[in-house]
Write a protein that binds this ligand. Structure first.
Ligand SMILES: NC(=O)c1ccc[n+]([C@@H]2O[C@H](COP(=O)([O-])OP(=O)(O)OC[C@H]3O[C@@H](n4cnc5c(N)ncnc54)[C@H](O)[C@@H]3O)[C@@H](O)[C@H]2O)c1
Length: 378
């Protein structure tokens, strides 16, 4: 049990802020005390603060000047992530940011080096790998249920459903909202959590269209022609330091939502629930199963909690880390490695080669078994 809650301020009161606000004020409030909301659009900050009883709605500058706030939670648009993280760190705050961590390796390095020089923590989404599904998969792999993992395949195929309906859908048609930097982090973080760091990557990135016509009749922008400014169809090969090799396919050119993640081992094959979620979701074919050498397929029960939509779990874990001095799991170093993998894939495609990664990260510590409800340490 924590002695003192860690005060946090949220910047970016858009779509995803709702679930963070709900969980941080109702589930993880024993660890985090959310005291302020800010947004470029003051009405959005005011609305969220009222909705979730957050004491203050203020400007970004006011939030950063509040000496009581220890963590800045950055839920702004991808292109704003690094700049806000850098400003918050200079203001002496720990930062936890939504993915992608940054849009360039230079920005990612700058965030981490400022944090290191100031003794501050950096955290980054996704935190779904801390959920019950991926923690159970980790335990089973570490216990040897599938022998030595030698291969994996990860696929996320989806439509540009956001196009036209999300209030800022144009972000999804630029670098940062593209399938690799936007959806890739869930799959890549799950793979690194299960198999360890990646050594080299190669891949092909394609941009099928340079503009789309918004066709959703429910969209206020229906009929508009909007530019596409990033690849929308990527296939990659990842070589892990462990010797395992994985394929990754990420596309936002299709329809529906087709997630898939499988790990192949010398003693069995594991189907991993969709890493975009904290637990298995019915209807997405994402149960945790292991097929043994005999061919028998078994569904495995989950050994860990946090199976609901627990976004904010990584922020709570960071609050524990700040108070106890242990490392935070959804860390900036992990996010930097995920970004390095993603940018490496795009570079490989442009330059017709394998790209050897400069970053390497240890697998984050698994959550212990037997945690009490909502707790992150025993
Ligand atoms: N929408 C989702 O389902 C979802 C899911 C998981 C993660 N994410 C990630 O969360 C982040 C936010 O996504 P969203 O869907 O909530 O976007 P959004 O556009 O709905 O919200 C972003 C908010 O940030 C504000 N903002 C932008 N730049 C700012 C700045 N410089 N200072 C202050 N406020 C600023 C905007 O005014 C807006 O209210 C993205 O990085 C996205 O990848 C979104």
């Amino acid at each position: 049990m924590l002695m003192h809650r860690v005060k946090a301020g949220l910047i970016g009161c858009g779509m995803i802020s709702g679930i963070y606000l709900k969980n941080l004020t109702q589930v993880f409030d024993h660890a985090v005390d959310l005291v302020a909301c800010a947004d470029l659009v003051p009405e959005l900050a005011k609305k969220r603060a009222e909705e979730f009883n957050v004491p203050a709605a203020c400007s970004v500058d006011e939030l950063l000047a509040d000496p009581e706030i220890e963590i800045v939670l950055n839920l702004t648009a991808p292109a704003a992530h690094a700049a806000i993280n850098i400003t918050a760190l200079h203001a002496g705050k720990h930062v936890y940011t939504e993915k992608p961590f940054a849009l360039t390796r230079e920005d990612a390095r700058e965030v981490l080096s400022i944090a290191e020089s100031k003794g501050l923590l950096v955290g980054c989404a996704p935190d779904t790998f801390l959920g019950g599904a991926l923690q159970t998969c980790r335990k089973l792999i570490d216990e040897g249920w599938i022998g030595t993992p030698y291969a994996a395949n990860a696929t996320i195929i989806m439509g540009n459903a956001e196009a036209g309906m999300h209030p800022n859908f144009h972000h999804f048609l630029k670098l940062g909202g593209d399938p690799l930097l936007d959806m890739g982090p869930y799959y890549l973080t799950a793979l690194v959590h299960l198999l360890g760091p990646v050594r080299r990557v190669t891949g092909s990135a394609q941009q099928l269209r340079h503009e789309i016509i918004i066709q959703n009749p429910k969209s206020p922008r229906c009929g508009d022609i909007v530019p596409v400014e990033a690849p929308t169809n990527i296939t990659a090969v990842l070589d892990f330091h462990s010797g395992a090799v994985a394929s990754l396919q990420a596309a936002k050119e299709s329809f529906g939502y087709k997630p898939r993640l499988e790990i192949f081992g010398t003693e069995g094959n594991m189907t991993v629930p969709d890493p975009n979620f904290f637990g298995p979701v019915s209807g997405l074919g994402s149960l945790l199963t292991i097929q043994s050498r005999s061919g028998e397929v078994k569904e495995l029960p989950l050994s860990h909690g946090f199976t609901e939509d627990s976004r904010g779990l990584g922020v709570a874990d960071m609050a524990y880390a700040i108070r106890s001095g242990r490392p935070n799991r959804a860390s900036g170093r992990l996010a930097e490695h995920i970004l390095d993998i993603s940018l490496g894939i795009l570079e490989a495609s442009e330059t017709n080669r394998h790209v050897h990664l400069q970053t390497k990260v240890d697998r984050p510590a698994p959550l212990p078994l037997g945690l009490k409800y909502n707790q992150l340490d025993l």
